[in-house]
Design a protein around this ligand. Structure first.
Ligand code: COI
Length: 360
């Protein structure tokens, strides 16, 4: 990948011994590498000032538009270390394209795809020792983001914008997620409506979901499952993941695009599931179809798909006054097989027949 983000070395990297300790048990989103990529945009100059520099705080005027009107977007992707020590990204162009779509929706300037890719790749090169050698599913999680930095309180698209990429070594998103998680079907909150920002990866969608996440936790669940905002009872997505159902007659069914996030892992799963002989359907699914399918055994497995969570089995659902399990409450075989297939490609243990990997 091209280098358009020249590097300024950090003066105070995390000492190697401390870094190794972090990499041994990184958790998710708690530790950060030594550097960050940045570029700025102004209405007069366009994109400029691309660089990789030390990880450091931003200095923002208190009236910066992002702090008031949440003009902001982000992405999530991972770098994987293969057995020979090489480091690879998985479908980063798909993240770059989604970033551009999110930018259009939030009236932010589009970052050229090659700048997105270079900003990510150059940061990984600068912080290469931070890419974990996987003992399980550890990786380096990359977080590209863009926000309105202009000091101005009027409501209009900002004229000064910052793009940045930070990196964080990551293990499993859900502690113990492999044994399956439970979802709370919120009857109170919805995530997105027609014409809203549901397809954009913008911070506001996640801020709006925090009360629903708390509601889920109060009911002993790991995450929330949203239904459509029109009250039709259609399944949408989970807090940070897309949803997939597997049926006894060999189908993989996932909610159609429209108001949900267009997940890169969702798209990957659709391809791999079809190759493994499942018939894939992207369509509306009602909660009633899921409940009755769980009861009569026609829905055999449910899982969630996302960059952070990879493929996470969902073993049960709860809502106001009801609860049901999927199958015997244990992660299913198709879920395990699809999860293994994705991870095997990402970690270079299986042939990348789709050309999804990019060496850094
Ligand atoms: C990702 O899977 O990259 C996500 O967006 C989840 C994140 C919000 C933790």
């Amino acid at each position: 990948m091209a280098s358009d983000f020249p590097l300024t070395r950090t003066t105070s990297p995390v000492p190697a011994a401390e870094r190794e300790e972090i990499l041994a048990a990184p958790g998710f989103g708690r530790f950060f590498t030594d550097h960050m990529s940045t570029a700025t945009w102004s209405a007069e100059r366009g994109w400029h000032g691309h660089r990789v520099g030390p990880l450091e705080p931003f200095s923002l005027h208190p009236s910066a538009a992002v702090l008031h009107y949440a003009q902001e977007i982000f992405e999530g992707l991972k770098a994987y270390r293969h057995a020979d020590g090489s480091v690879w990204l998985f479908r980063p162009e798909a993240n770059a394209r989604r970033f551009a779509r999110s930018a259009r929706r939030m009236a932010l300037p589009e970052l050229p795809e090659e700048d997105f890719l270079a900003g990510v790749a150059e940061l990984i090169r600068a912080d290469e020792p931070w890419v974990p050698t996987p003992s399980n599913e550890e990786s380096l999680y990359l977080r590209p983001f863009m926000f309105a930095s202009e000091a101005f309180l009027g409501v209009r698209p900002a004229k000064e914008i910052v793009f940045s990429v930070i990196a964080s070594p990551a293990g499993s998103y859900f502690e113990g997620g492999l044994s399956g998680v439970t979802l709370w079907v919120s009857g109170t909150y919805t995530r997105a409506g027609k014409g809203g920002t549901g397809t954009a990866k913008c911070g506001g969608n996640y801020a709006g979901g925090l009360a629903a996440q708390l509601e889920a936790e109060e009911h002993g669940c790991d995450q929330v499952l949203y239904l459509d905002s029109a009250g039709e009872g259609y399944l949408e997505e989970s807090g940070t993941m897309n949803l997939c159902l597997v049926t006894a007659d060999g189908k993989l069914i996932t909610p159609a695009l429209g108001t949900i996030l267009e997940g890169v892992t969702r798209d990957t799963i659709l391809t791999l599931a079809a190759e493994s002989g499942l018939t894939c359907e992207e369509r509306q699914i009602t909660l009633e179809e899921l409940r009755s399918g769980a009861a009569d055994g026609s829905v055999t497995e449910v899982f969630a798909a996302g960059t952070a969570a990879v493929v996470t089995p969902i073993v049960g659902f709860k809502g106001d006054g009801y609860a049901f399990t999927i199958g015997d409450g244990e992660p299913g075989k198709q879920t395990a097989a699809l999860r293994a297939r994705v991870l095997d490609i990402q970690y270079g243990r299986a042939e990348d027949t789709h050309g999804w990997l990019r060496q850094v």
